[in-house]
Design a protein around this ligand. Structure first.
Ligand SMILES: Cc1cc2nc3c(=O)[nH]c(=O)nc-3n(C[C@H](O)[C@H](O)[C@H](O)COP(=O)(O)OP(=O)(O)OC[C@H]3O[C@@H](n4cnc5c(N)ncnc54)[C@H](O)[C@@H]3O)c2cc1C
Ligand code: SF4
Ligand code: SF4
Length: 422
């Protein structure tokens, strides 16, 4: 691929709601934007949600509108399966090297699915957080943008590759695709790499790996989704039994010096929302929310009040210290202390959900520039230490979608200021 020179261009790294919002705002203001996303699709973790709080609408409505705005605006170019390998230069004139991983499927793909039918190899489906497997020739999810299949590298390099290629009548499979790099000159950079769920296996006292009917809040989103591993049925993983008695463990690992010391701000609302998933599916269900404090600020408090009005959603102010699973019944028992009554709490349910917090992706995967600074948890501060480089959305702090969208507008303005008049 040739070298490109576009000094007035803004680079946005990460194609979740924060990066997409930034890219669209800057493009609609007339600036040239390049968006790079490491997944084979745009949308980030919002694409994996079942519904949005507080209105409980499907997240894809909002994403679709944004994808349409992107398609209609020639100022935005985007690359999927793309990452930033290096950054040199300075504000107004950064030279960035972009690395593109091979997709092995080109733009001729019609999504006919014949390659998946011919393929026997299966891989873990990352879209469902490990709760299902998928063919190694796959569409990342049924509403993926761009709507194009992808081949797992193990399939492309293995014995089945030619058979899968032969199944494609459109010449869309290209097994010769290689990793590519290309350089871009950009005036400013917006880092929108987002977040990952806190690893529940690190909370030793909850025995996540041993309790199969203990899931995380992000897995609960997939379980409730019509395009999830159970087609939206809320059943427990061990035996497919309907999960009618469900407990939520708030602050799972959060506000804990040995795990995530901070509050993620959104996991109380996520559990309130997920309580409605259970209650709507099963009228005879009962949900218990074991909480330390409920964080539902400003307009979101109305949502809390609405969920509280359901007398089958029980709130227990408590700290859960131990979780076990009965090997015969599959039932999960939570033990801890009711912090109002000062009494022990013991509760047995069909399935329990850990409300784990958000870890910025910049905690593990740093911006490839030594001068960038981070707070003690890996979040990017407002002053990143590099003029012309700003963070947006959940790399700055844990946040909900509407705050990320607002943050996108602010980041677009800052990025424009870096290049205006140069
Ligand atoms: C259980 C749960 C439920 C939630 N429910 C709601 C809800 O109902 N309503 C609501 O408003 N909010 C909800 N949220 C919060 C919501 O998920 C976040 O606000 C949102 O995902 C933040 O978007 P983002 O773009 O900042 O990050 P992300 O969604 O993480 O997107 C970041 C993108 O950057 C990409 N990326 C990462 N690193 C790189 C790199 N180095 N190079 C290129 N690309 C990269 C990622 O692949 C990803 O696509 C929920 C959160 C949780 C935990
Ligand atoms: S790669 Fe070919 S066979 Fe596979 S979905 Fe696309 S067009 Fe169909
Ligand atoms: S939002 Fe709620 S569950 Fe999440 S860390 Fe804060 S108090 Fe705990």
């Amino acid at each position: 691929m040739g070298e490109e020179k576009t000094t007035q261009t803004i680079l946005v790294v990460g194609g979740g709601i924060s990066g997409i919002s930034t890219a669209i705002e800057a493009a609609e203001a007339g600036y040239s934007v390049v968006l790079v996303e490491k997944n084979p699709y745009l949308g980030g973790r919002v694409a994996q949600l079942n519904q949005y709080f507080p209105k409980l609408c499907p997240p894809y409505c909002g994403l679709e509108i944004n994808f349409k705005r992107m398609r209609q605006n020639a100022n935005v170019r985007f690359f999927t399966m793309a990452e930033v390998a290096s950054i040199a230069g300075e504000e107004g004139n950064f030279e960035v090297t972009i690395k593109l991983a091979p997709r092995y499927v080109n733009e001729k793909c019609t999504c006919c699915g014949k390659c998946a039918e011919a393929c026997e190899m299966e891989v873990d489906n990352p879209f469902n957080y490990g709760m299902s497997r998928i063919k190694a020739a796959y569409l990342p999810h049924d509403l993926a943008f761009p709507m194009r299949y992808v081949l797992d590298p193990a399939l492309a390099a293995g014995g089945e590759a030619e058979k899968v290629k032969a199944a494609c009548a459109y010449g869309a499979i290209d097994l010769e695709m290689q990793e590519q790099t290309f350089k871009l000159n950009v005036g400013s950079i917006v880092w929108a790499a987002g977040w990952s769920p806190y690893d529940p296996t690190r909370i030793e006292y909850y025995n996540f790996a041993r309790n199969s009917n203990l899931i995380t809040n992000v897995q609960m989103e997939r379980l409730a989704s019509a395009n999830g591993p159970t087609a939206g049925k809320l059943v427990r993983p061990s035996d497919g039994k309907e999960a009618k008695r469900v407990a939520f463990v708030q602050c799972a690992g959060s506000r804990d010096e040995n795990n995530l010391p901070y509050c993620s701000g959104i996991c109380c609302l996520a559990s309130l929302k997920q309580a409605t998933y259970v209650r709507e599916r099963y009228p005879d269900s009962e949900v218990t929310i074991c909480f330390i404090d409920i964080r539902a600020m400003e307009r979101l408090e109305d949502f809390y009040v609405k969920v509280q009005a359901d007398d089958k959603v029980i709130f227990v102010k408590s700290k859960i210290a131990k979780i076990t699973q009965n090997p015969e019944t599959g039932d999960v028992t939570l033990e801890g202390e009711d912090t109002i009554a000062g009494q022990p709490v013991k509760l047995t349910v069909d399935m329990a959900v850990l409300a784990t917090g958000m870890v910025p992706n910049t905690a593990e995967c740093k911006v490839p520039l030594d001068a960038v600074s981070y707070d003690p948890y890996g979040f990017l501060p407002s002053d990143t230490g590099v003029s012309g480089l700003v963070g947006v959305g959940t790399v700055k702090r844990p946040n909900d979608v509407s705050s990320c969208v607002q943050s996108g507008t602010a980041a677009a303005l800052k990025a424009i200021q870096s290049i205006v008049g140069r």
